[in-house]
Design a protein around this ligand. Structure first.
Ligand SMILES: [Zn+2]
Ligand SMILES: [Zn+2]
Length: 210
């Protein structure tokens, strides 16, 4: 492996926050910082990792609750990546009002990504796949070489993302899974926003929703 993946389970909805580290350069990308926790800065400090990006799969409040806090700890600006089609959701507090509370996620992301874009991380890179359905601007971050996909709330172990909220579209969700996930090699590991990891092959055969 040329990358190391650390997983933090954070917040009331047990979100997975992933720290992806390129072993050669020690550059790290923090995917979906869900909530403030000292575990993250402590790990960065202990290992000497350099936090290079925060990567947001989509702007729901439970996936972005730690972005502003992580930014506040750093003297240098850390670019925050997200798809433009989730900017409205971000500005609306990440959908928090639908759940009866107000949340200010902080300044909008400044690294607007598009389908097919590649984000270098030391000697590896993450490719952006636009995977709408659970939200308009939902993306998956794929490390092609390592066969690792960080897929947010698109697909879970034997489950799929919910499509009953304002920003959802069920047809788009199934199209995203079919065209962007099930086309990956079977041994590609899927790291979802909630619950345990799985593989493309496992979901292709045993996901009851597909
Ligand atoms: Zn979500
Ligand atoms: Zn979620």
């Amino acid at each position: 492996m040329t990358i190391t993946i650390h997983t933090f389970v954070l917040g009331a909805i047990k979100n997975n926050t992933y720290l992806v580290v390129d072993n050669a350069s020690q550059q790290a990308a923090l995917i979906d910082p869900a909530a403030p926790t000292n575990q993250i800065p402590e790990l960065l400090e202990e290992k000497g990792y350099q936090l290079t990006y925060m990567l947001v799969t989509h702007a729901h409040f439970d996936h972005i609750g730690g972005v502003k806090w992580i930014q506040s700890l750093s003297s240098q600006h850390i670019p925050v990546a997200m798809h433009a089609l989730d900017l409205d959701l971000w500005k609306a507090g990440g959908g928090s009002r639908d759940f009866g509370f107000e949340f200010d996620p902080g300044p909008v992301p400044d690294l607007i990504v598009t389908d097919g874009q590649t984000l270098p991380l030391g000697e590896t890179s993450l490719t952006v796949l636009h995977t709408p359905g659970h939200s308009f601007g939902h993306v998956t971050y794929l490390d092609l070489a390592e066969k690792a996909a960080f897929c947010g709330d698109l697909i879970f172990y034997h489950g799929i993302g919910r499509t009953d909220l304002d920003v959802c579209n069920e047809d788009d969700l199934f199209a995203s899974i079919r065209n962007k996930i099930l086309t990956l090699p079977d041994d590609t590991v899927l790291y979802p926003g909630h619950g345990g990891k799985t593989t493309v092959g496992e979901e292709r055969v045993n996901n009851p929703f597909l």
